[in-house]
Design a protein around this ligand. Sequence first.
Ligand SMILES: Cc1cc2nc3c(=O)[nH]c(=O)nc-3n(C[C@H](O)[C@H](O)[C@H](O)COP(=O)(O)OP(=O)(O)OC[C@H]3O[C@@H](n4cnc5c(N)ncnc54)[C@H](O)[C@@H]3O)c2cc1C
Length: 481
Amino acid sequence: MTSFDVIVIGGGVVGTAVLKSLASYEAKTLLLEKASDLSMGSSRANSGIVHAGYDAEPGTKKAYFNVLGAKMLPALAEELHVPYRKTGSLVAAKGGGEAGLEVLLDRAKKNGVRAEILSREKILELEPKISPEIQSALYAPDAGVVSPYKLTIAQGDFAVLNGATVKLNEKVEGIERAETGFIVKTSKGEYAAKAVVNAAGAGAKRINEAIGEMSVEQVYAAGDYYILDSKQSGVVNTVVFPLPDEKGKGILVAPTADGNVILGPTSRRVSEAQAERNAVTREGLALVREGVNRLISGVRIGDAIRVYAGTRTSVGSDFIIEESKSFPGYFMLLGICSPGLTSSPAIGEYVAEWAAKKFAFKKKEKTVPLPKKFKLSACSIEEAREKAKEDPAFGRIVCRCEKVTEGEILSAIHSPVPACTVDAVKRRVRAGMGRCQGGFCMPRVMEILSRELHLPLTAIRKGDEGSEIAPYEVKDGYEEL
Ligand SMILES: Cc1cc2nc3c(=O)[nH]c(=O)nc-3n(C[C@H](O)[C@H](O)[C@H](O)COP(=O)(O)OP(=O)(O)OC[C@H]3O[C@@H](n4cnc5c(N)ncnc54)[C@H](O)[C@@H]3O)c2cc1C
C-alpha cells in the first residue's frame, strides 16, 4: 500500500487550494477525485465572483476567509496565469433600499473592506445601462471576477508539477483509523496517510460518516445561469447585484473573466440526488430573466450561448473549517458554499499551515513555477506566425469561435493533470465555449483525444463515465437501409 503524508479528498477549488499550498512543503501528498476531471462540483458552475467581503457577518469564518482570500486572489491568478479582472461590484437598490445598503456598509467597515454608497449619477458613470429603478448602490472597488475552473485546474497542475499526485475517477468509499494515521479505501485501492483533509463538497457529509465523525445536515441550493456571447460584453462593466435577501446574494449581472456575460443564479432548495444532477429548470431561468431586467436595461437574452446550473452545499450559516476532535489528523472542510471560491486560497494556506505544524513539514526553498502557455487568441499575428513556425500544430485552428489551435489542445491533454475528455479540454483551452458551443470543433477534439490517448473514437467521453459521445460504430449494412 502506498503511504502519503496528507490525502486530500475532493478536487474542487478548495481541495486543490490545499494541495497547492502543501506543495510549498516537503510533504508527500495525494488528491483523490471521483469525477473525470478537477472542478466538477460547485467549483465548475458558480458565478466566478471574487467577493470583496462586505456580505459576510463580521466575526464569522466566512468573513475571515473571504476577506483574506480576496486579497490573495489577484496575485495567485497572476502566478498561475488564470483569467482574473478587478471589476468592482455594485449592490444596487431601488428607492427605499438605502437602509439595506447601510447594513452592508457597516459590515464592510467591520470586516475591513473598502466600500461606499453611490448616488444614481455616480452609478451611471460606472454602469450606463443600470435600470431606471435603481437609485443608489454600495460600491466595493476591490471585487473582481476569476475563472473558477481554470483556477482549480491550475492549482492542481502546480501541485503535480511540484511533486503531488492527483488521481481522477477514484471515489473514496471508506476511511479507517490505523496506528500511524488513516487507511483511505477507494473504488480502486487503498492508501495510507498521516492526515486526511475532507474537501469533498457535497460529498463531505458521506466522508464524515465513513470515518465515524459527527453527522451533519447538509442543505443544497441549486442556481440557474445564462451565459451570453462575448458580443454582449459591453452591457455591464462591474458585478451588479440586487440587495441580498434570506436566500442569498440574489441574481447578478456580471462580466466573466473570459469576456462573456453571466446572468444568475437563482437559489432553489434541492435534494441530495438533484444536487448531483445539476439540471436547470424552466422556472429558474424565468426568474433569472426577471431579476436581470430589474438591474440592467438592454440585456439580450437572445445572445445566450449556454444555460447551466450549479449547487451550493451549506451546513448551518458558517463554514466548518477545523480538525476533528475525535480523530486527530482528520481535517474537515464542510459547508463551503459562497464565498468559498473567494475564500479558497486562504483556506488552502490555513490547512497547509495546520498540517505543516502538526507533522513538522519543512518549507521548500523554492517551488517550480507553472509555465505560461501559448494562447492564440491572446497574441499578435507576428507571435502566432513565429509559434506556428516552431510547431505547426499551433498553426492549425480547431475551434474557430474561440480561436483555439491543435497545439493548445495537445498541451491540455499532456498537462500535469491531463485533460482526458472533451469537456476537460474545453475547460482548459475554451475549445467549444464559443458561439457554436462545439458544433464545429467537437468531432475534431474527439479525434485528437482518440489519437493522443490511444483510445477508439467510440470511447471518447464528454465528461464522466457513461457520457461517450459516439458509443457505436456505424452498423454493417447501413447503405442498404
Ligand atoms: C450557484 C453558485 C454560485 C456561486 N458563486 C460564487 C461566487 O461568485 N464566488 C464565490 O466565492 N463562491 C461562489 N460559490 C461557492 C463556490 O463555488 C464554492 O464554495 C466552492 O466551489 C466549493 O469548492 P469545494 O472544493 O469545497 O467543492 P466542490 O467544487 O464541490 O468540490 C468537491 C469535490 O469533491 C469530489 N468528491 C465528492 N465526494 C467524493 C468522494 N467520495 N471521493 C472523491 N471525490 C469526491 C466532487 O466530485 C467534487 O469535485 C458559488 C456556488 C454556487 C453553486
